[in-house]
Design a protein around this ligand. Structure first.
Ligand code: ZN
Length: 67
């Protein structure tokens, strides 16, 4: 999972580039984290049983490749 924990806070990182989501969240705010990144078009998906995350820029380039 590409959620980095440091000092009790979580930060989402992109699996396809070095981007990190600008906000960090407390562990108990996991639901808020997911709601926030989803509303900013970060994508989460399961790959080989692990959750992965993709920033809006990478999501766009993936979609472009699929078209
Ligand atoms: Zn990215």
């Amino acid at each position: 999972m590409s959620i980095v924990r440091h000092e009790g806070r979580m930060q989402v990182t992109c699996d396809s580039c070095p981007a990190t989501y600008r906000r960090t969240y407390k562990v108990e705010d996991f639901d808020v984290l997911i709601a926030d990144i989803t509303s900013e078009e970060w994508k989460k998906f399961k790959q080989e049983g692990q959750w992965r995350h993709r920033c809006p820029d990478c999501s766009k380039s993936v979609e472009r490749r699929l078209v």
